[in-house]
Design a protein around this ligand. Structure first.
Ligand code: C2O
Ligand code: CU
Length: 552
């Protein structure tokens, strides 16, 4: 295995979109940031210099980081922030991941502009389980505010209400033709008829699930979250923040005088909540055929927009997601835990807190918005959990994250008792014994608002063995689990008014954050931490900390 070295310099950089200029945080003055390349099992070492005037950390999303939570990145979970003027070196240890992952800032909402792709190739001597592409193109979907993103977050936390919606979605940092002042910078993908392209799609948006598609072209889905899938063709993709999709594109549109040479690549929101405002716009890029001059006499046509589902089309979103199946081949077997040692049922809820002195309470129903897992709204500690665990510093966190919801009720019903709206504010973690086979069932609730929640676990990829609508039934639902070829993911979309069940073996000792990847929910407390204990043997134990961990 090889080791690659990179320097990331975090800086404020001037950037103009939608006719407005602001300072954004960038890595090496690039937005989106640099792509990292590696082969399965390699190590990437990234030295991060913070030359901005704000704290930052970087997370390597979807990298398991075996025994090495020290380099995982979430602020106040596995490290203290990298202060302005200081640096920190991350050791990114790849193991079984193959395909597309990404990296992003993991401090407040800095990831809005601090993110980039990670391409992981098979080991030398092994090949891809799909036709080798002639070219690969990262397609990073994002979200843009004209105002400073840190201010959007701060204002929302101060008022207790929903954050301002974004002003645009972006494709590789560009809003595209449909927005003011954006046309000349629209991202273009040049393709040749008959060749094969791999689009490495990443949803880096802060608060929105997205539909994605290309006019006139089908996409072949071959991978997700750093693993391979059974290939299938589709007209559209639904992707939640945090997820990646590997898509093969075959430019095969006929050449004749009346055909188009340009097609829109587009993304638009999938909005699962009913009463939450969201950015309703669409970002576009252009797919342009090379070597083909349209007949000058033919009516010049503007590119057509792909047919994508309506914003609130839950059936289409669910339909796409249910097609994801692990490749489960001889070379890439699915090792789904058939038996489990423990099932943890976690309710995923929006909540309402009473007003207090610091929030003027402009939120709905005169409260301030909060969010929770098992009715605990996570409070960020002042020292990182990993430091507290490793060095046995008391009073930083509790180990009382419940195994089951504190009360059973009709989670997805109407008119739920208001008493459940109030979460407990605490820093509670779940401790899991080494190598236990764990099932987590995420149960959506309709407290306050029902909505999809993309739940992301650090340190593991899990098999998504079941999903359904309504309340999880622990006697009936496990009977219909897919234990043969469920998709291996690091972020699962828990359906609105429904549940999702995931399984993994707790063979990675460390401190691992788990949270909703809609940042507004994560900021409101929809987070918890899994502490996986060391095993007996030395190779079953956490690596020692590097010497240069930042101090809080
Ligand atoms: Cu993509 Cu905890 O993050
Ligand atoms: Cu959420």
């Amino acid at each position: 295995a090889k080791t690659y070295y990179h320097n990331f310099v975090i800086k404020e950089t001037k950037c103009t979109r939608l006719c407005a200029t602001k300072n954004i945080l960038t890595v090496n003055e690039q937005f989106p940031g640099p792509t990292l390349y590696a082969q399965r099992g390699d190590t990437i070492i990234v030295k991060v210099f913070n030359k901005a005037n704000t704290n930052i950390t970087i997370h390597w999303h979807g990298v398991d980081q075996p025994r090495n939570p020290w380099s995982d990145g979430p602020e106040y979970i596995t490290q203290c922030p990298i202060r302005p003027g200081t640096d920190f070196t991350y050791n990114i240890i790849l193991s079984e991941e193959e395909g597309t992952l990404w990296w992003h800032a993991h401090s407040d909402w800095d990831r809005a502009t601090v993110h980039g792709a990670i391409f992981i190739y098979p080991k030398i001597g092994s090949s891809l389980p799909y036709p080798k592409p002639d070219k690969e193109i990262p397609i990073i979907l994002g979200e843009w505010w004209k105002s400073d993103v840190a201010e959007v977050l701060a204002e929302s936390l101060l008022t207790g209400g929903d954050p301002n919606i974004s002003d645009a979605y972006t494709i590789n940092g560009q809003p595209g033709d449909l927005y003011n002042c954006s046309k000349k910078d629209t991202f273009k993908v040049m393709v040749e008829y008959g060749k094969t392209y791999l689009l490495r799609l990443i949803n880096a948006a802060i608060n929105n699930e997205l539909f994605f598609g290309i006019a006139g072209h089908k996409l072949r889905v071959v991978g997700t979250d750093g693993g391979y899938l059974k290939p299938f063709d589709t007209d559209y993709v639904m992707i939640t923040p945090g997820q990646t999709m590997d898509l093969l594109l075959f430019p095969n549109q006929p050449f004749n005088s009346s055909s188009k040479t340009q097609y829109y690549i587009a993304t638009k929101p999938y909005a699962s909540a009913v009463n939450v405002l969201y950015d309703t716009s669409s970002a576009t890029a252009i797919l342009q055929y090379k070597n083909f001059k349209p007949n000058k006499l033919s009516p010049s046509k503007s590119p057509s927009f792909p047919t994508l589902p309506d914003d609130n089309d839950t059936n289409s979103a669910t339909d796409f997601t249910s097609k994801l199946k692990s490749l489960a081949s001889q070379e890439h077997p699915a090792s789904v835990p058939k038996e489990i040692d423990e099932r943890i049922i976690i309710t995923v809820s929006m909540n309402l807190l009473p007003c207090n002195n610091t929030t003027p309470c402009l939120g709905p129903q005169s409260g301030r918005l909060a969010a929770s897992l098992n009715n605990i709204s996570f409070q960020e500690p002042g020292i990182d959990v990993l430091d507290a665990y490793y060095n046995q510093i008391p009073n930083v966190y509790g180990e009382e994250f419940p195994q089951e919801p504190p009360f059973y009720y009709n989670f997805t019903g109407d008119n739920l008792p208001r008493v459940y709206l109030l979460p407990k504010l605490a820093t509670e973690v779940r401790v899991v014994e080494y190598n236990k086979s764990v099932e987590v069932v995420f149960q959506g609730t309709s407290l306050l608002a029902s909505e999809n929640h993309p739940l992301h676990l650090h340190g593991f990829r899990f098999y998504v063995v079941g999903r359904g609508f309504g309340n999880f039934d622990k006697d009936k639902d496990p009977q219909s689990y897919n234990l043969v070829d469920p998709p291996l993911e690091n972020t699962v979309g828990v359906p609105k008014n429904g549940w999702a069940a995931v399984r993994f073996r707790a063979s990675n000792p460390g401190v691992w954050f788990m949270h909703c990847h809609l940042d507004r929910h994560a900021s409101w407390g929809m987070d918890t931490v899994f502490i996986v204990k060391n095993g007996e043997k030395p190779e079953e134990q956490m690596l020692p900390p590097p010497k240069n961990m930042p101090k809080c």
